[in-house]
Design a protein around this ligand. Structure first.
Ligand code: HEC
Length: 254
């Protein structure tokens, strides 16, 4: 059995932030909304792995397709499973909220704005922080969301993570970083049974997913950024004319 030490908490994170109500240090997430390939992979993971339970009820399939540069036919063919749902509709599912609350203890919340609600750092850390815990109904617990009601839906990719941490280590993460390698020293959360992806591949899968969730939480951000640049260029050009005009007006005064 191959054992990987996961560079889970704080691997490359010089900056830390606190989870809501907790003090567990979070891995920092630097998204890239211009990386269309990453956003497309993220959407694919989101639709395949998350939408069975969660909705993105404020986002339409078509809007995502347009912004991410995916042809509508491909979205219809591969990303919409319910023949009743048209591409112009919201990204919803058929899970009844009341029963879901009974099954999981809490209903799976809508995730459209999740990356803004909790912050991308939190979501990125959360999805990589599940570990085996037989006392929980789904056999897993989570470092940043203790007693979580969600199963580890990415376990087949990540593998089974076993917890060898003391409660204290778990509460504080292991934020002692080796200054030479930038990697976490020690490491008490260990992948005991490998999944289908390596640690790096899995981090990348979750990176793409959270990148997509960050886009979804503010779909107009890309547009605003490019518009902002254009406005600044316009103002710079306007300044030249305004300045020339000012000189013209004042030339007889002095
Ligand atoms: C089998 C159903 C199921 C699937 C599939 C699922 N989740 Fe969840 N998820 C839940 C439930 C239930 C909760 C509520 C947990 C709680 O409050 O204890 C939850 C909670 C969450 C939360 C925390 C919400 C908050 O702020 O309180 C996030 C983030 C999340 N899920 C992301 C995802 C992502 C991303 C995926 C896809 C990779 C996914 N989930 C797949 C059931 C699911």
């Amino acid at each position: 059995m191959k054992k990987f030490v996961i560079t889970l908490l704080m691997a490359l994170a010089p900056m830390t932030a606190s989870a809501a109500g907790g003090t567990v240090p979070l891995d920092s997430f630097e998204g890239d909304l211009t990386d269309k390939a990453s956003l497309q992979r993220g959407m694919q993971t989101f639709v395949n792995r998350c939408m069975g339970c969660h909705e993105a009820g404020y986002q339409r399939f078509e809007r995502s397709a347009q912004d991410l540069g995916i042809p509508n036919e491909l979205v219809e063919q591969y990303l919409i499973f319910d023949p009743e749902i048209k591409i112009g509709q919201h990204m919803t599912n058929a899970m009844p909220t009341d029963s879901a609350a009974g099954w999981f203890g809490a209903p799976p919340p809508d995730l459209t704005l999740e990356a803004r609600l909790r912050g991308p750092d939190w979501v990125y850390t959360y999805l990589r922080s599940f570990y085996q815990d037989e006392t929980r109904p789904w056999g897993v617990n989570n470092v940043v969301f203790p007693s979580v009601g969600m199963p580890n839906v990415l376990e087949d990719l990540q593998g089974k993570v076993v917890n060898h941490c003391t409660p204290e280590e778990l509460a504080h993460g292991h934020d002692e970083i080796d200054p030479l390698t930038g990697k976490t020293m020690g490491g008490c959360l260990v992948i005991d049974e490998a999944g289908s992806q390596s640690v790096e591949e899995f981090d990348k899968t979750v990176y793409d997913l959270v990148n997509f969730m960050t886009y979804m939480a503010e779909p107009s951000r890309l547009e605003s950024e490019s518009l902002g640049t254009k406005v600044l260029i316009f103002l710079a050009i306007l300044f030249v004319f305004a300045f020339a005009l000012k000189k013209e007006y004042w030339k007889d005064v002095h």
